[in-house]
Design a protein around this ligand. Structure first.
Ligand SMILES: *Cc1c(COP(=O)(O)O)cnc(C)c1O
Length: 380
């Protein structure tokens, strides 16, 4: 099997599983209990916050554990909307956000929010001048993803953060595709809230965090016990939190080498596909791009057919985001870049991880040449 869908999820690293196991079998205490078994769990949670906070250059009590990227995005946007109603109801985001952000915004529109969905250019980049023009006196939040999960384009986050800060507007970023892959300095980029998810960087599924800068206006997301300073009630997922911490340590240990290796493989794969398969276009920015992201569109080809035929050869890939796979709608991200809906339907996303090799890239290119050729010939 050749796994090329690391933007959808990754394998839980063995050292992550190993770190978690004692928190099922031995240290199973409730982190809220006062006896020693409970305090072992509590200590593990505190340690994990310290580890994560250090990577972002923030404070441990600004890290809140959640069930993952989707919950973090929902929390940041819904709770800001509730908390800032006295100031306004206007939120600025982009047309290429993950559905966890877009569908949350659409839900809030039904509650009375006004949302501006900013355009991006043909490479998926936000125009900061357009952002400045969209700001109104009643704007309460700017939510822009750090990197796009389909096309890999990295946004000018520091510039966006500076614009938000200079207008006194809260800034949230969905950094699910970036945290654990590239270094992030939340203070330096003026980020008020940041979403991350463990399973995108070899951690377990169902655990992530939301960074919430101290002293910002924000509502509780889960009501119940006093966990997470009363803002996100519910018994802590201690084993998951320990696994997340282990994945963070591992990700930062291998980050530099992994980035270098993935970037080389990415550019090799893009180069060969564009050169050897006619009528193919690269989607996303050529260099301001996640190290492991390849997204191409083949003219006169149905992406779903390519996926099925790749699967028959043991190759796991995606036509865009996992959430839209199975649906026949073309990707909202590609449409926002100005790609025609016909070409958008012929798109393929290959996302790399540290276990992938050049030999695998060669196999994939050869398979793709055959598959795309055959589909074009028979129009299947
Ligand atoms: C995967 C992903 C999410 C959702 O995260 P989950 O932990 O799977 O809920 C949100 N945003 C982006 C950009 C993602 O890639």
């Amino acid at each position: 099997m050749i796994y090329l869908d690391h933007a959808a999820t990754t394998k839980t690293a063995p050292e992550v599983v190993e770190a978690m196991l004692p928190y099922f079998t031995e240290y199973y205490g409730n982190a809220g209990s006062i006896y020693r078994l409970g305090t072992e769990s509590k200590k593990a949670v505190i340690r994990a916050k310290e580890t994560i906070a250090a990577t972002l250059h923030v404070q441990p009590n600004e890290i809140y554990f959640t069930s993952g990227g989707t919950e973090s995005d929902n929390w940041a946007i819904k709770a800001t909307y509730e908390a800032c109603r006295d100031k306004g109801n206007h939120i600025i985001t982009t047309k290429i956000e993950h559905h966890a952000v877009l569908h949350t915004c659409e839900y809030l529109e039904k509650q009375g929010a006004e949302i501006t969905y900013l355009d991006v250019d043909e490479d998926g980049l936000l125009d900061t001048e357009q952002l400045k023009k969209a700001i109104r006196p009643d704007t309460i939040l700017i939510s822009v993803m750090y990197a796009n999960n389909e096309i890999g384009t990295l946004q000018p986050i520091k510039e966006i953060g500076e614009i938000a800060a200079s207008h006194g507007i809260l800034f949230h970023t969905d950094a699910v595709q970036v945290y654990g892959q590239l270094p992030i300095d939340a203070e330096d980029c003026h980020i008020d809230m940041l979403s991350a998810s463990g399973h995108k960087f070899n951690g377990p599924k169902g655990i992530g965090f939301l960074y919430i800068k101290r002293n910002i206006k924000m509502r509780s997301f889960m009501h119940g016990g006093q966990q997470e300073r009363g803002r996100r009630a519910g018994t802590e997922n201690v084993a998951g939190i320990v696994g997340l911490e282990a994945a963070v340590k591992r990700a930062y240990r291998i980050m530099e080498e992994k980035t270098k290796m993935e970037t080389e493989l990415r550019d090799y794969l893009i180069g060969r596909i564009l050169q050897e398969i006619p009528d193919t276009r690269l989607n996303g920015h050529p260099v301001k791009r996640l190290p492991g992201n390849v997204n191409v569109s083949f003219a006169a080809v149905e992406g779903e057919s390519v996926l099925i035929m790749l699967d028959m050869q043991g190759i796991c890939a995606s036509s865009g985001s996992a959430c839209t796979t199975g649906a026949l709608d073309p990707s909202h991200v590609l449409l926002a870049l100005g790609v025609s809906s016909e070409l958008a339907r012929g798109s393929l996303r290959l996302t790399l991880g540290e276990d992938n090799t050049r030999e695998e890239m060669d196999i994939v290119v050869e398979e793709l040449k055959q598959i795309v050729g055959r589909i074009r010939e028979h129009r299947i």
